[in-house]
Design a protein around this ligand. Structure first.
Ligand code: GLV
Ligand code: MN
Ligand code: MN
Length: 421
């Protein structure tokens, strides 16, 4: 570790100015700080990020898959590069910190390295990954998936509920979809050394323990359910209660079953139903068909697969008691991904050398780090989220915590630069 950790102390005012600058670019017609992928505000914000990358001295290379890659050249161009970054898209009605802290924090880390003439041996890549948040095509982490070679032609054929193809959305945003596939997996052509990402925790654990830094142990796997309940539409005024095949009542039982599964997870697990679409949706008709969208997450893959089996059985059984059939489409968003023990160790030693407390934490949120872990050892640094709130306008992290997170990131990068394996 750098003999004088104070050397890499981040300047909170600069971090704040960057966060405010980015937060000004958002959709004025939506709540919060909305900047969804492929939107006009997102396009504008990425131009802004590109300019900030150039300001701090990075050479910017768009990669064909929509990622903005800023390169800080190291002394040894033949050495495998270090990578950091995150995303600057938000969920609809989202906040100012999720993703932004990792990209803007990396830019502050670059400023610190350059100001102190700490040239790394390796190239440092700072990546603003395209579209990390799950979108209307049911895909999250599009940029990091592509970079890891996990985005396929079939993905580009996915359609949103208006029937628009994902490939056409790329094209309308100015990214050639054939280029996306051609550049898919570009990072595999150049061995990467380590990936480390700074992010807000988005949950309550660090705040509850009063600890300013979390070192991520693993990122949760995600299994998604699309269940279709088929009952029978009937007159809501005349069909007796006992004779109905009400699809929405069966789906309501399923919502509770999903919640119960999440509440029963022994180690770490959550389960959420996010949408029920009932047809025909008229006040005077018994619902005949319902589509339900839900997901389960856990850092315990055994629990995830068992919970999937239990839920399928339970929902089917409960629905049959109402005369309702259920079809399931399970989709796998990402596997549970443990952090690399050696990167975890490097991050925690950096925090120890600052004499501050840290805690190992699981990540229930998913991150670009999941896909980067396919390419090289990965680790993540978390800073507390006030009230554990995230994906909402109230999302907030204290500037002092963010500055500490940036310092830990910069120290970690310096240390990882030296490791040779
Ligand atoms: C992204 O924030 C996710 O966890 O879905
Ligand atoms: Mn995020
Ligand atoms: Mn998010």
């Amino acid at each position: 570790m750098s003999s004088n950790p104070d050397l890499l102390a981040a300047i909170p005012e600069r971090c704040e100015a960057d966060l405010i600058g980015l937060s000004r670019i958002h959709d004025p017609d939506s709540e919060g700080w909305t900047r969804t992928v492929f939107s006009d505000p997102y396009r504008e914000s990425r131009e802004w990020i590109r300019a900030r990358m150039i300001d701090v001295g990075l050479e910017v290379h768009p990669d064909g898959a929509g990622n903005l890659v800023g390169v800080l050249p190291g002394r040894n161009p033949a050495a495998s590069p270090l990578v950091t970054g995150s995303h600057t898209d938000t969920v609809r009605g989202g906040g100012r910190f999720d993703g932004a802290v990792g990209v803007l924090g990396a830019l502050e880390a670059v400023r610190l390295l350059r100001e102190h003439d700490l040239q790394l041996d390796r190239d440092l890549l700072v990546i603003d990954f395209l579209g990390e948040e799950s979108n209307e095509f049911g895909l999250s982490c599009m940029g990091s998936r592509a970079l890891a070679g996990e985005l396929s032609a079939a993905d580009l054929d996915r359609q949103d509920h208006h029937g628009t193809r994902l490939g056409d959305r790329y094209a309308a945003f100015g990214i050639d979809p054939s280029g996306v596939l051609a550049s898919s997996g570009w990072a595999k052509t150049r061995a990467l050394h380590r990936y480390v990402e700074l992010h807000v925790e988005q949950g309550p654990l660090l705040e509850e323990s009063g600890v300013p830094i979390g070192v991520v142990t693993a990122i949760a796997g995600i299994e998604r359910i699309l269940a279709t309940f088929t009952g029978r539409p009937d007159h809501a005024g005349t069909m007796p209660m006992g004779d109905r095949r009400d699809a929405l009542v069966a789906a309501a039982e399923a919502v509770l079953a999903v919640r119960q599964e999440g509440c029963g997870a022994p180690v770490h697990g959550v389960a959420t139903t996010s949408q029920l679409v009932s047809e025909p949706g008229s006040p005077n008709v018994v619902p005949g068909r319902v589509r339900m969208q839900a997901e389960m997450r856990s850092v315990d893959p055994g629990w995830l697969s068992e919970a999937q089996r239990r839920l399928t059985e339970k929902i089917t059984l409960q629905a049959s008691a109402y005369g309702v059939d259920v079809d399931f489409e399970w989709s796998h968003d990402n596997e549970c991904r443990p952090a690399s023990p050696s990167v975890h160790q490097t991050i925690s030693s950096a925090v120890d050398s600052l004499g501050i407390a840290w805690e190992p934490v699981p990540s229930g949120a998913t991150h670009d780090a999941v896909h980067m872990a396919r390419l090289c050892p990965m680790g993540m640094i978390f800073v507390p989220s006030q009230g554990g709130r995230s994906h909402c306008p109230e999302e907030w992290s204290e500037l002092d915590h963010i500055a500490t997170g940036v310092q830990v990131l910069a120290m970690t990068l310096v240390e990882l630069d030296r490791t040779t394996d």
